[in-house]
Write a protein that binds this ligand. Structure first.
Ligand code: VGL
Ligand code: ZN
Length: 210
């Protein structure tokens, strides 16, 4: 499978806080970096996302005097509460230092509204507030997106599902992702991808020489 002009690589939240040692560490999160750097060489259109919360964000357990990984209701529905992470301007919010970002054309920052979390690169968790990504991709005549990054079962999952809703063909490169895997969330993501017609592939299909 060789990406063409109408394909885009989406690199979701490969940030220090989602890697080992970070505030919301995803097991083996740093291991996606070399895989993503390798597949990125095949793409002309690369978009990065960066989880980018103001201090005191509504998705932080500390803002509700609650335990991390518990849930609460926000104005748009149920929301998992996370440890403080990816605070704007912090080291935890920086991209992993080995992630090659120079060829990315766009960086979408998300989760910036104090009262709305945003897992997806397309729509915030109220499912209405847009990041502008669909318009950007359409104007570049992108037809298909390849999703990578962290976390497989949260931000990658919601991005891939929204990409389908926005009429992009959608592929997830599974070994270029790692999951938080809480209460069966990784298996739930796989089942949902199957239902939505989202293809799961291995990076080997894009980089046969590695
Ligand atoms: C993410 C939880 C909270 C992610 C971001 O990137 O998957 N998960 N914020
Ligand atoms: Zn977040």
């Amino acid at each position: 499978m060789t990406p063409n002009q109408q394909d885009a690589l989406l690199i979701i939240d490969v940030q220090n806080d989602f890697c080992p040692g970070g505030a919301l560490a995803v097991s083996e999160g740093d291991q996606v970096v070399s895989v993503i750097n390798a597949v990125a060489r095949n793409f002309q259109h690369i978009v990065l996302t960066q989880d980018w919360h103001p201090a005191g964000h509504a998705s932080f357990a500390s803002s509700h005097n609650a335990e991390p990984y518990s849930t609460t209701r926000l104005h748009y529905g149920e929301q998992t509460l996370w440890p403080d992470h990816c605070v704007q301007g912090s080291d935890g919010a920086k991209f992993h230092p080995s992630l090659q970002t120079d060829n990315a054309r766009l960086i979408i920052r998300k989760g910036m509204h104090h009262d709305i979390d945003s897992y997806s690169a397309f729509f915030e968790n109220d499912q209405t507030t847009t990041t502008g990504l669909s318009g950007y991709l359409r104007q570049l005549d992108i037809k298909r997106v390849f999703c990578t990054g962290l976390a497989f079962d949260y931000c990658v999952r919601f991005t891939a599902e929204d990409a389908v809703k926005e009429n992009f063909q959608t592929v997830v490169i599974e070994d270029a992702c790692r999951a938080i895997d809480m209460n069966g969330s990784a298996d739930a993501a796989r089942a949902s991808f199957e239902d939505a017609g989202i293809r799961l592939i291995s990076s080997k299909e894009l980089t046969p020489d590695r």
